[in-house]
Design a protein around this ligand. Structure first.
Ligand SMILES: NC(=O)c1ccc[n+]([C@@H]2O[C@H](COP(=O)([O-])OP(=O)(O)OC[C@H]3O[C@@H](n4cnc5c(N)ncnc54)[C@H](O)[C@@H]3O)[C@@H](O)[C@H]2O)c1
Length: 129
């Protein structure tokens, strides 16, 4: 089954750098309508937003600073996206950290796993059709 990304509205977490930033560029290449980029790194996120909006058009990409491990923060980000865009077709839950110190495991679980559950439970508006 083929799935066209053409015209879709996509939310990408951890979008300011690394794999997330590459995914955002790929999505633009696939002609999505708009992308909401979430990331804790405001400087990198804004820089990428500005770069891509200059290349494509001014409204194509919206960056929202957000720690996806923090539910309140996530809900605030959703409100911004809802006000600006209205709905989301597709969520790419990429934000995460990787470390192997004993103290980092709980933080990793919170960011890498729990944020995915929070994203599912936060009830972003989806398109009606
Ligand atoms: N690169 C690899 O080889 C590899 C291997 C296995 C899994 N992964 C996973 O793939 C994902 C992306 O990896 P990457 O190599 O691009 O990592 P990266 O560190 O280069 O980028 C991760 C991005 O997520 C953001 N981020 C981190 N914590 C966040 C949070 N709480 N809220 C919002 N944004 C947050 C960072 O600011 C950064 O922009 C991660 O989940 C990582 O664990 C990567």
């Amino acid at each position: 089954m083929s799935y066209s990304l053409n015209g879709k509205i996509v939310l990408v977490t951890g979008a300011a750098s690394g794999i997330g930033a590459s995914v955002v560029k790929f999505l633009l290449h696939e002609n999505v309508q708009r992308i909401a980029m979430l990331d804790v790194s405001e400087e990198a996120g804004k820089a990428l937003q500005n770069e891509l909006n200059s290349k494509y058009n001014n409204n194509k990409v919206i960056f929202v600073k957000c720690d996806v491990a923090d539910k309140e923060n996530l809900l605030q980000a959703y409100k911004v996206i809802n006000d600006e865009i209205g709905y989301i077709d597709l969520v790419i839950n990429n934000a995460g950290i990787l470390g192997d110190s004993p103290n980092s495991y709980m933080t990793e679980i919170n960011i890498n796993l729990e944020d995915a559950l929070k994203l599912r439970s936060a009830k972003l508006p989806y398109p009606k059709n």
